[in-house]
Design a binder for this molecule. Structure first.
Ligand SMILES: Cc1ncc(COP(=O)(O)O)c(C=O)c1O
Length: 392
């Protein structure tokens, strides 16, 4: 090296790797590719997820650490991380479906997922039947020879209906179709859908898994090696790849996931219970309240009821808009699952692409406000909500 010119030396920088010691924290492998001595090892790594690290779109050690961590938490065999929740969902749907296939999906779904299914139907002839999230008989009745997937959300966005995972997954298994569950709202702390018979679990990592509102990411976890390999191959083609720095931030955030979930759920209980008793509020939708249609099922399936709820103001949309303008501590912003409390108006934001009929079917009203409760002190949050309600 000493004979080389500076121009060459600055390009070929040293790459010392620790050999006798392992870092405590997973390092960020911020590299797009890896160097080989043996061309055969290089070639082998191109074709499979468990070969040598070759190229960042295929795999990366920091991303793999995240995949192994989430697969472990969810009880799956492997995972594919993606650049966003929608990246993971599309990698699964496009990787497993072809035109002419049929999907059964629950009625209440995150808006962009509902839009993806509608696009698949319109552009690729993938037919979709929507069923209630707690009706295994409706799944059995909807199954056709071309049915490939059942698609569910553990806790639906934003009205927090809880899916009957054991019943729905059993109906899918009897019919020989795979079940995909979006477990974003529950996180693996509250629910591990594979334990209830799911084949694939997807997450918007953007939410509780990363937890600090500084990452956009997604992941799909698989109960079987075969399905994992099929989706991995497609995700590599699609380029839905996760970024190593986002993976690293997520790993760091995940270390406090159980602690955060405990506080999110406890704060949601305080706010949801007090809002339900407030004269300006017409209804509160949180599965922890006995009035919620999913309460009984949720109490059997989940150790707690999650940190997201929605509520309808008695004064409809004008009251909802006033409330959103009046809050000071809670932030009017997209997303959920971070440390800070965020509120939004689903009909014009997260679910804006859903038709009026679709909104009505999902129970989303003009005056519905969604609250993603953070980990602040519950009394500070209640004081903010109370002043915002009083000022309507
Ligand atoms: C339940 C659910 N699934 C998937 C997504 C999509 O995730 P991302 O925004 O990371 O693509 C979201 C986003 O809000 C969501 O709430």
């Amino acid at each position: 090296m000493s004979s080389l010119h500076p121009e060459t030396r600055v390009v070929h920088l040293p790459r010392p790797m620790p050999e006798a010691s392992t870092p405590i924290s997973m390092p960020i492998y911020q590299t797009s590719g890896f160097v080989f001595d043996d061309p055969a090892v290089f070639a082998d790594g191109m074709g499979r997820p468990d070969g040598a690290y070759v190229y960042g779109r295929l795999s990366n050690p920091t991303v793999r650490a995240l995949e192994e961590a989430v697969a472990g938490l969810e009880g799956g065999v492997a995972a594919v991380a993606a650049g966003s929740g929608m990246g993971a969902i599309n990698a699964v749907l496009l990787g497993l479906l072809k035109s002419g296939d049929h999907v059964i999906a629950q009625s209440a779904l995150y808006g962009a997922t509902a839009q993806t299914l509608a696009d698949l139907a319109e552009r690729f002839g993938v037919e979709v039947t929507r069923v209630p999230e707690d009706d295994p008989a409706a799944v059995r009745a909807a199954v056709r020879p071309t049915t490939k997937l059942l698609y569910l959300e553990t806790i639906a966005n934003p009205m927090t209906q809880v899916a009957d995972l054991p019943g729905m997954c059993a109906a899918a298994r009897e019919a020989g179709i795979l079940t995909v569950v979006d477990n974003t709202f529950a996180s693996p702390v509250l629910c591990r859908p594979i334990e209830h018979g799911a084949d694939i679990v997807v997450h918007s990592v953007t939410k509780y898994l990363s937890g600090h509102t500084d990452v956009v990411g997604g992941i799909a976890v698989f109960a079987s090696e075969d399905v994992y390999r099929r989706v991995w191959s497609y995700a590599v083609e699609l380029g839905a790849t996760a970024d190593p720095f986002a993976a690293w931030l997520t790993l760091r955030g995940m270390q406090t996931l159980p602690l955060r979930m405990e506080r999110h759920c406890a704060n949601a209980r305080v706010l949801a219970t007090r809002l339900a008793g407030h004269p300006a509020v017409a209804a509160v939708h949180w599965p922890g309240l006995p009035s919620h249609p999913s309460h009984e099922l949720a109490a059997k399936l989940l150790p707690d009821f999650g940190g997201v709820f929605s509520f309808d103001l008695a004064g409809g949309r004008p009251a909802g808009e006033a409330f959103m303008r009046n809050v000071r501590l809670a932030l009017l912003a997209p997303s959920l699952g971070g440390v800070e409390t965020l509120i939004l108006h689903p009909a014009t934001t997260s679910h804006r692409t859903v038709s009026a009929a679709g909104l009505a079917a999902a129970g989303i009203g003009e005056g519905t406000v969604r609250v993603a409760v953070g980990i602040e002190h519950a009394e500070d949050l209640w004081a903010d909500f109370a002043q915002a309600l009083d000022a309507i």
